[in-house]
Structures are given as structure tokens and as C-alpha cells.
Ligand binder design. Structure first.
Ligand SMILES: [Zn+2]
Length: 628
């Protein structure tokens, strides 16, 4: 294979000063102003031939100065767009325009952006200013800007590796998949995909409810060698899928991590929180905030439906999974159509307040790995409307008695659905107007939702676009300090939403400790409760539980009402999983079941076998399957 960059430069005879990679994309820099403005047709011809994305940018030599560029941008963009910030990335000749109404910066068919490009020779990009300020999104952006130089080199090296032995021919050989965690269990999801040429790690989670070595995927096996990993793919930001990712950087990983932008932001936030929780439990955290920064520096963010080469024989596409903001079904085209694998991660196959159901139509699919959290015969989730009504009735009953409601949540997904449901009920007068306290991280995750409306359902997006953003309602109050928490605990009737969802560390345990004694209070558990967790004990009806604080064990008597609510789960219930496969096109030849307690996974596999007449597998931990 000849050098792809030299081939392109050759075809554009003398007009290209420099060519390099940004991941799988090719970027050309020119010092020829006319070619920069008029060369698009020529570039399109080459794109059609080589079927790779190519972007033409101006070399730094011919760019307008930052001052002039900023002035021109403010002249060209209508003031109604409300520009909040203009940021320069001179390493890549990019100017980022952050505005409240990004559509007005883009203009009809990109007309305004084009005008900026011609007037300044910078390549403009547009970002929406989040409706709620998010510290994490800001600090991630500043990490990326501060490391512009490193990023440029890193992205170039990723591209070089992808194209090194690049070929458009169909590969022959084999594909193997090893389950490092998350097989016959919920938690520590991680898989190693191997071909004769590539090794790819898919997800890198922790089992929050476990302790010791069982908390993490098993990496100490001969075929796992961090130096040989070509890429890491993360399906979504829940800790059981991403919680150990920063640790890979601590161990020296320097390769790319592919995920969506909201997943990157939320995963960073949850990882930093995970460090804090470990300290509070007097454990030594397995990674540091510096490792989280490395993770951000090595992230490559993709949108849904964007096809990208991640190794010279593996092409990745993310599709909406309907599970949480930025959550993705992971589709891998291996060896130019040799084998097509779909990994569902976690998914939901019905509409929710914020998200559309998971996608079921793919170009090709031969093997599918599906989650089975609610895969058992008995896991039929009740109709959403009915569940929501019961949920609201329960809150009403508690508030009418003057009690407090505690909602332990994962932070991402269900928490936002619940908040929006309660906001609506208060607005409609179905329940009395009391403060809804959001403790810590859930607030930041709400902010991230408002920064990425493109990842939400069209209905939720429209609300945000029309300035009817439910997340900014004044019934929500943030609890940001121990003093504020104390006021909430001692104060009047209210609703509190706090992490963690299984009551393993986090603020939810502190509220539980104080609320438990009062029979007028109610706690509603809605997420999956891992075996051994405090949440699981309470779900099973424990009336006395032991909690540990600062190394001391304390017995808590539980008089408050504890109710389990699965109906609004962000996971697919049994029927949804079955419908997902009924509607999947094309039909897969093999279904592999993971991410479920063993009996549920086995039960689901046998049902899917009977209905679809395809091979089904329920691999054990460390088992390797040959996919082809
Ligand atoms: Zn999840």
C-alpha cells in the first residue's frame, strides 16, 4: 500500500503545504488562498475515489490575525445568535464559535460559516452554549485547548496507524471475542475483540457493588497486553461500562478511546466522583484525576451514524441506544464486510421523555451481543404511563403526610427522566409544590444534557430550542455543600435526588441514614440493585441494616417506606428485548447474551433461540467465542 497522504498531495500538484491525519480523517493545509476558497470540487473528486473524509484548511501563514477574525465574525454573525465565546485553535486553523443559537451562526446551508471561512481563512466550528453552566464541560474543553499541540500529534499518529496497512479488500481470517467481565453478571463490562491484525477493547467497567478483585474486569490473561491494544470503545457513561477506563492510562495506555461527546463529559465527571467516593470509604482510589485528564486527551468523539475507521480492518459506527444521553449501540464492520458485530451495550426499546427508542436497522449484522438486565420471563415492565402515575401517587401520599422523599439514582439516565416527570406534575398541580433538591453530580449531568440537545429525542430537543428548557425550572435547587445538606435534612417536606443508586457510598447514603427512622418518609429505588449492595438489602425488605461511616459500623433501623420501581427503567424489559430482535434488520445469525444475572441471561437466550432460530450463547467470564 502506497502512502495515502503522498498520493493525495501528488494529485493536488503543489497546492498542499502539509497533509496529516486527525484520527481516520485526512486534513490538508494549503498556503494558496484561491485554492482554499475554490478547491472544494477537486477535493470532492478525491473523496469519491478513496472514500475517506478529507478536510481542506488554510495554513497558519495565510490566516487573518485573531483580532481581525474575531471582529469579522461579530460583523458577519447576526447579533440574535448571541455569541458567548470565540476560541482559537491555531494548531489546526480552527476557530470555535460558541453561541446560544448555533443555527444562526451556521446560516442557511452553512452560508454564514462559508462567509466567515472566506473572510478570515479560518475553519469555523460552532458549539451550543449550555443553558446551565457545566464546570466539567468547561474544564474538558480547557484540557483539550491546553493540549492542542499534543492532540494534533496524537490524532496524526492514530491515523498513521490506521492507514499503515490499509486496504479496501475483504479480509480473510478470523474474529474472536473474549469476555473479561460482564458475562453472566451485571457490572464490570469489558470485552477484547481480536482479529489477525487488531486488538480492540470494548467497554471497561467496574462492578460498583463488589469489592476486591471482583470489582474489575480480568486483565491478567496472556492475550491481554495493553501495549497491543489498537483502540478502546466505550458504549456509554455508566460506571459498569467505563469506570476503570482512567486506570488504563495509569497503566500506560496511550491509544485512542472512541465514544460520543456526552459520554466523554459524563464519564469524566463520574470518574472524578468515583475517586471522591473511594476516599470517603477510606479506600485508596485505583486512579487519580491526572489519569482522567489523560483519558480526555486521548478521546476521539463520534456522533451517531458517523462511520469511522478505527483500525485498518475495523470500522466503527455508533447508533442511538435509547438508554442514556450519548449512549450507543456499537456496530463494528470487521475486515471490509468479513464480519459485522453489533454490541448493544445497555439499551431501551421504547420511547422515553428524553430519548428515542434504540435503532434496529443496520447495513449488515451477523452477530449481536445483547444485555439482559431485565431478561427473565418475570421481567415484564409495566406500561410506562401506569408506572408514572403510581410513582406520582406515592410522592403525593408522602408529601401530604409532610414526609420527605428520597430518590437514590445513578446520576445519569433515570434521574433526568424522573426530574422531568416531577417538574411536570408540579407544574400541573398534581402534587404540592415543594423543593426538589438535587445533590451534587445529578445537577452537572443535567447541565451536560442541555449542552448536547442533538443527542436527545426530537421532542426534548424542540423544548430546549424553544427556550422551554425543563432542566432550568426554578423548582430545582442544588445542594452543593455539607451545610446545605444539613439544612435539607433538618428542613421541611421535600424531594431529594442523590447518587449513588445502589446506596453504595455517595450522598444518598447520608440522606438515607437520616430519613430512615421516620415512617412518614419514603425511599423509591428505581435502578438495578447489585447483590450485596445496601440497596439490594433494602429492596429485599431488611428492617435493620448496618452502614459504615469513617470505618465505624452503625446499625440503622428502617421505618421509612421503601418501594421498588422498575417501570421507568432505562433498560429494555423482557418484551422490549424480544421486540428489538423481532424488528432488527437484517436478521442476525447469532445472538450472544451478557450483562445479566445468570438465570436471566440463560432464560433470555433460550427464548431468543425459540423465537429466532439462531445460535445463542451465554458466555462465562473469560470465555472466548470465535465469531467467524
Ligand atoms: Zn447503563
Amino acid at each position: 500500500m502506497t502512502d495515502i497522504l503522498e498520493t493525495i498531495k501528488g494529485r493536488l500538484a503543489g497546492k498542499i503545504k502539509e497533509a496529516n491525519f486527525e484520527g481516520a480523517n485526512i486534513v490538508l493545509y494549503t498556503q494558496n488562498e484561491t485554492f482554499f476558497i475554490e478547491g472544494e470540487g477537486k477535493i470532492k473528486e478525491i473523496v469519491n475515489d478513496i472514500k475517506k473524509r478529507i478536510e481542506l484548511r488554510a495554513d497558519s501563514k495565510i490566516l487573518s490575525s485573531k483580532e481581525i477574525t474575531e471582529k469579522k465574525i461579530r460583523e458577519i454573525v447576526p447579533s440574535e445568535a448571541e455569541i458567548t465565546e470565540i476560541l482559537f485553535d491555531p494548531q489546526r486553523s480552527i476557530v470555535v464559535i460558541e453561541a446560544k443559537k448555533p443555527g444562526m451562526v451556521i446560516g442557511k446551508q452553512g452560508s454564514i460559516l462559508n462567509e466567515i471561512r472566506k473572510a478570515t481563512l479560518w475553519t469555523p466550528q460552532v458549539q451550543r452554549s449550555p443553558a446551565i453552566k457545566s464546570k466539567i464541560t468547561e474544564s474538558i474543553r480547557s484540557v483539550l485547548y491546553a493540549n492542542n499541540n499534543y492532540r494534533r500529534k496524537f490524532l496524526d499518529s492514530v491515523g498513521k496507524k490506521i492507514y499503515q496497512e490499509w486496504t479496501s479488500e475483504k479480509m480473510e481470517g478470523w474474529v474472536r471475542l473474549t469476555f473479561l467481565g460482564g458475562a453472566r453478571q451485571v457490572g464490570r463490562s469489558s470485552m477484547l475483540l481480536q482479529t489477525p491484525n487488531s486488538k480492540i477493547l470494548i467497554d471497561c467497567g467496574v462492578d460498583v457493588a463488589s469489592s476486591g478483585a471482583d470489582k474489575f474486569p480480568v486483565f491478567n490473561i496472556p492475550e491481554f497486553n495493553l501495549d497491543q491494544i489498537d483502540a478502546v470503545i466505550i458504549s456509554h457513561a455508566h460506571l459498569d461500562h467505563v469506570g476503570l477506563l482512567p486506570y488504563l492510562f495509569k497503566m500506560g495506555y496511550k491509544g485512542p478511546v472512541y465514544m460520543t461527546a456526552p459520554t466523554r463529559d459524563i464519564a469524566s465527571l463520574l470518574s472524578l466522583d468515583f475517586i471522591g467516593v473511594a476516599y470517603k470509604q477510606a479506600e485508596r482510589p485505583v486512579f487519580s484525576s491526572a489519569n482522567v485528564t489523560e483519558m480526555v486527551k486521548h478521546s476521539i468523539c463520534l456522533n451517531y451514524n458517523e462511520v469511522t475507521d478505527i483500525a485498518h480492518d475495523v470500522r466503527l459506527t455508533f447508533y442511538n441506544s435509547g438508554h442514556v444521553l450519548g449512549g450507543a449501540l456499537v456496530h463494528l464492520n470487521i475486515g471490509n464486510g468479513f464480519h459485522n458485530l453489533l454490541y448493544t451495550g445497555d439499551y431501551k426499546y421504547s420511547k422515553t421523555r428524553l430519548l428515542d427508542p434504540a435503532v434496529t436497522i443496520f447495513p449488515r449484522v451477523e452477530s449481536v451481543i445483547t444485555e439482559s438486565t431485565y431478561g427473565a420471563k418475570t421481567d415484564i415492565l409495566p406500561p410506562r404511563k401506569e408506572t408514572e402515575e403510581q410513582f406520582i401517587a406515592l410522592i403525593k401520599e408522602t408529601l401530604d403526610k409532610g414526609g420527605k422523599v428520597l430518590l437514590p439514582e445513578l446520576g445519569l439516565g433515570h434521574a433526568q427522566e424522573t426530574l422531568l416527570r416531577m417538574e411536570e406534575s408540579m407544574r400541573l398541580g398534581e402534587i404540592s409544590k415543594v423543593p426538589i433538591y438535587i445533590d451534587g453530580m445529578v445537577w452537572d449531568i443535567n447541565a451536560i444534557h442541555t449542552a448536547y440537545p442533538d443527542f436527545l429525542s426530537s421532542k426534548a430537543r424542540t423544548q430546549i430550542f424553544q427556550d422551554k428548557n425543563p432542566f432550568t425550572s426554578d423548582i430545582f435547587s442544588r445542594v452543593g455543600s455539607p451545610q446545605e445538606r444539613k439544612q435539607v435534612i433538618e428542613g421541611d417536606s421535600c424531594i431529594v435526588i442523590a447518587t449513588s443508586g445502589m446506596l453504595v457510598g455517595g450522598a444518598s447514603v447520608e440522606y438515607f441514614r437520616e430519613f430512615a427512622i421516620n415512617p412518614n418518609n419514603t425511599m423509591i429505588l428505581s435502578c438495578y440493585q447489585g447483590p450485596g449492595s445496601l440497596g439490594r438489602q433494602l429492596q429485599e425488605g431488611a428492617k435493620k441494616v448496618i452502614i459504615e461511616e469513617e470505618g465505624m459500623k452503625k446499625e440503622i433501623e428502617v421505618k421509612m417506606k421503601v418501594v421498588l420501581f422498575n417501570g421507568m427503567s432505562p433498560h429494555a424489559g423482557r418484551n422490549e428485548i424480544i421486540n428489538f430482535f423481532n424488528n432488527m434488520r437484517p436478521k442476525p445469525r447469532r445472538i450472544i447474551v451478557n450483562h445479566g444475572e445468570v438465570s436471566k441471561s440463560l432464560d433470555l437466550a433460550s427464548a431468543l433461540y425459540k423465537l429466532n432460530r439462531v445460535e445463542t450463547n451465554v458466555p462465562r467470564g473469560l470465555e472466548t467465542l470465535r465469531l467467524k
